[in-house]
Design a protein around this ligand. Structure first.
Ligand SMILES: C[S@@+](CC[C@H](N)C(=O)[O-])C[C@H]1O[C@@H](n2cnc3c(N)ncnc32)[C@H](O)[C@@H]1O
Length: 217
């Protein structure tokens, strides 16, 4: 059986180069504050992908204080745009302040509402994105997937973070606490659906707490 044990994970983490400059300071202070931003290895992998892909139109579901959106902005071609959604006023205000301090406020639009309202409206408007990053409530990924797929351009990439639920995703049903069962089932159904999409190729990477990547033909 393949496994990434703690020792190997720690070794691999040690190989990830630090994010430099003001963005690196932002990342470090967010970790120190315990804010829910993407892990170092996920940030590194997404950077690798974005260098290769250079998406012009990015959608993020789950902005929090704006670290991942600010990372994406580093790779945005001239004229590119990031749209990020969050419903938590405290996080939105901090993200706005961070985007202003980093000088990227003109590249990022924040939709300040629940994604369950924003996504159908965006999809209805015919919006298309060449990179979509799902990083919101994990129990909601399954519900949001059809909207994301509709808005994902041909050749586009969708990434979803934290899909392995600290390894709990592999537990037997009886081992899951009642409280966790709905989220667990939604995530399992989400992964089963995302791995078998017509016209797409998908992989789940054991980095961070699990990162799903879907590429649309
Ligand atoms: C893990 S944090 C996002 C971290 C961010 N992507 C980063 O790495 O810098 C998740 C965020 O999703 C937001 N969120 C969760 N469910 C949401 C929903 N249904 N609609 C909008 N925002 C949501 C939360 O308010 C929270 O700020």
């Amino acid at each position: 059986m393949r496994t990434i044990d703690d020792r190997l994970a720690e070794y691999l983490d040690g190989l990830v180069p630090p994010v430099s400059g003001r963005l690196g300071d932002f990342q470090q202070s967010a970790y120190e504050e315990g804010l829910p931003i993407i892990s170092r290895d996920v940030a590194n992998f997404l950077s690798t992908m974005l260098v290769a892909k250079r998406p012009c139109n990015i959608l993020e579901i789950g902005c929090a204080v704006g670290f991942s959106a600010a990372l994406f902005a580093e790779f945005l071609p001239a004229g590119g745009k990031i749209t990020t959604i969050d419903r938590y006023e405290y996080m939105i205000n901090r993200a706005k302040q961070n985007f202003a301090e980093l000088g990227i406020a003109d590249k990022v639009s924040i939709i300040e509402e629940c994604a369950s309202v924003a996504l159908p409206r965006l999809a209805d408007s015919g919006a298309k994105f060449d990179f979509i990053f799902m990083d919101c409530g994990k129990g909601q990924y399954l519900r949001f997937l059809p909207y994301c797929l509709e808005m994902l351009a041909s050749g586009g990439l969708l990434a979803a973070d934290d899909v392995l639920q600290n390894g709990d995703i592999a537990l037997e049903w009886a081992e899951i606490t009642r409280r966790q069962r709905t989220t667990y089932k939604n995530m399992r159904d989400f992964l089963a659906a995302a791995m078998t999409l017509d016209g797409c190729f998908s992989s789940i990477l054991p980095i961070g707490d699990g990162l799903l990547i879907v590429a649309k033909e």
